[in-house]
Design a protein. Structure first.
Length: 338
């Protein structure tokens, strides 16, 4: 079930990690500050980050499972990070089938060529489309390399994001409007949904839910703020992927079955000794009695992610890849989930 993607990012060996318990009404939680709790609840769905194509892949996976008769949107807990927070909010207002069809229909008028299949000119076009992502990875990578630990990294990234927001007047309002167009409904769902972010001023991890006093669109916008810091009132926030990792599966502590959908393929950008990678969190969940299944994009679709993650023209392909993958895994996942 674990299909990993190739990458220059750090791989995930077996490791241990201290995890916070599932205090679902608490808007802020510090990864690693609370010991794991024994299993007491049922199913948790973890939707990881991975850019625009990652969001499409998540929708494809969930729609493919739904088409095969497995509805994972009824999970007792849904955790969304970055692109996964968008997917979590979208699933609160539309069916998987509706979201899948909308993703396939929204094809940009000019599609970028894929480096994997194109000739010389197409390869240049693909590199041009990926350049902003590469620049972002290089900029944030330099900040990460200079950090002493996870808390220091979050503070450094937050400070840089605040400076970027100051140089981009009106960025939060524009980003909020963009995110609002992606959500079928503006209200938080009644079921428990946790959306992750980081306080840009303090570097403290943040978890939003419907009891946090923050509107759903603002929680999603904060969780997806990978460049500039997003403002909510007097506070500013950055991407939830900086809380611990692209999945934040540790928030599912206490749930008997945890399904992790990771467009990022379980990889990490932080040093392995920090213990924030997905494998460490999975092992810690299992140590307290949780059964965990992880699903990564398969090798045939890996070119849709990484530096191509923000290429909108690749969203339909990513959604189809997820749908096909889910159909193949539906029987196995159905036995796990049910």
């Amino acid at each position: 079930m674990n299909t990993s993607t190739s990458s220059s990012l750090r791989a995930n060996p077996t490791a241990a990690s201290a995890l916070p318990g599932p205090d679902q009404s608490q808007p802020e939680a510090d990864a690693g500050s609370v010991a794991p709790e024994p299993v007491t609840a049922q199913r948790a769905l973890v939707l990881g980050g991975g850019g625009s194509t990652g969001n499409a892949w998540l929708i494809g996976i969930i729609a493919g499972l739904f088409d095969a008769g497995l509805d994972v949107t009824t999970a007792d807990l849904t955790i969304g990070t970055s692109a996964g927070s968008t997917a979590a909010a979208q699933l609160a207002g539309a069916t998987p089938a509706e979201l899948f069809e909308a993703t396939l229909a929204a094809v940009p008028p000019k599609a970028a060529a894929l480096p994997r299949t194109a000739g010389r000119a197409g390869t240049d076009a693909g590199r041009d489309a990926a350049r902003p992502v590469m620049d972002h990875m290089e900029r944030t990578g330099a900040i990460m390399d200079a950090a002493a630990d996870m808390a220091d990294m979050r503070r450094r990234l937050g400070a840089a994001a605040i400076d970027m927001a100051a140089a981009m007047e009106g960025s939060s309002a524009r980003w909020r409007a963009t995110v609002a167009t992606r959500l079928p409904r503006p209200e938080w769902p009644e079921r428990t949904v946790l959306l992750t972010a980081v306080n840009a001023h303090t570097g403290e991890p943040v978890v939003f839910d419907r009891l946090s006093g923050v509107e759903l669109v603002d929680a999603v916008a904060a969780s997806c703020a990978s460049g500039f810091a997003y403002s909510i009132g007097d506070n500013q926030y950055i991407d939830g992927g900086y809380r611990a990792n692209a999945e934040n599966a540790d928030l599912a502590a206490g749930y008997s079955r945890v399904l992790v959908l990771s467009p990022f393929g379980g990889r990490t950008r932080t040093p392995l000794e920090w213990g924030m990678h997905l494998a460490a969190q999975v092992h810690a969940l299992q140590a307290t009695g949780s059964q965990v299944a992880t699903v990564f994009p398969d090798g045939e679709s890996e070119h849709l992610f990484g530096v191509n993650a923000m290429d909108l023209s690749l969203r339909p392909a990513a959604a189809r890849a997820g749908f096909a993958q889910a159909r193949a895994l539906a029987g196995q996942l159905g036995r796990f989930w049910n």
